[in-house]
Design a protein around this ligand. Structure first.
Ligand code: SF4
Ligand code: SF4
Ligand code: SF4
Length: 184
């Protein structure tokens, strides 16, 4: 059975943009469930999203708080590949791993996987990422895309945790080896 925060998360658009002031939709859902965040902090979800949250939580609707941003039509990122210097900064910034490329090679966005979060724009040192208008999706396609982005975000979070654990283990082994060397 889904927890309250999981049910709230299922109502969020999974753009993973952080505009709500949390590092992704799931942390925002948890903050709402704990009573620490209001229901009107998600610009990508807009009024439809706030209505869904208000109905689920049985609280009155309130308009989007403009302090968190404005609702915009759907967009996707596009990399002007001839200007890309292959610095990989956008790769690290993308919350759903929608950018492919390697160090020193041009990068490209997988348009179907891009949530339009804009988090890759600021880190690009040569300003070669632009946002372009995307086709609006019907309700079902929107939900399918959100579910896909949620899975991508969760897989990335898990990978980051595993990488951190592996790094800690390597540091521990190195330290143990050094201590052993000093003791002989
Ligand atoms: S889409 Fe952006 S603003 Fe909305 S809940 Fe997710 S991270 Fe927060
Ligand atoms: S490619 Fe850019 S805009 Fe698209 S999801 Fe990744 S970081 Fe967000
Ligand atoms: S941040 Fe900009 S220059 Fe660097 S790899 Fe991404 S698109 Fe290319």
């Amino acid at each position: 059975m889904m927890t309250v925060s999981e049910q709230i998360n299922a109502l969020l658009p999974q753009t993973q943009c952080g505009q709500c002031s949390y590092k992704g939709c799931r942390p925002y859902a948890e903050a709402i469930a704990e009573g620490n965040a209001d229901i009107n902090q998600c610009p990508p979800g807009g009024d439809d999203g706030i209505h869904a949250l208000a109905a689920f939580l049985d609280v009155p609707f309130k308009p989007l708080n403009p302090a968190f941003g404005v609702h915009k039509p759907r967009q996707v990122a596009f990399i002007i590949e001839q200007d890309c210097i292959g610095c990989v900064k956008c790769l690290a910034a993308c919350p759903v791993d929608a950018i492919i490329g390697a160090a020193k090679f041009m990068h490209t966005v997988i348009a179907d996987e891009c949530t339009g979060c804009e988090l890759c724009i600021a880190p690009c040192p040569v300003d070669c990422i632009v946002m372009e208008a995307a086709d609006e999706l019907d309700v079902l396609a929107k939900r399918e895309k959100a579910d896909f982005a949620k899975r991508r975000f969760e897989a990335r979070e898990l990978r980051k945790l595993q990488e951190a654990a592996e790094k800690a283990e390597r540091a521990r082994l190195k330290k143990a080896a050094l201590l052993q060397k000093q003791s002989v």
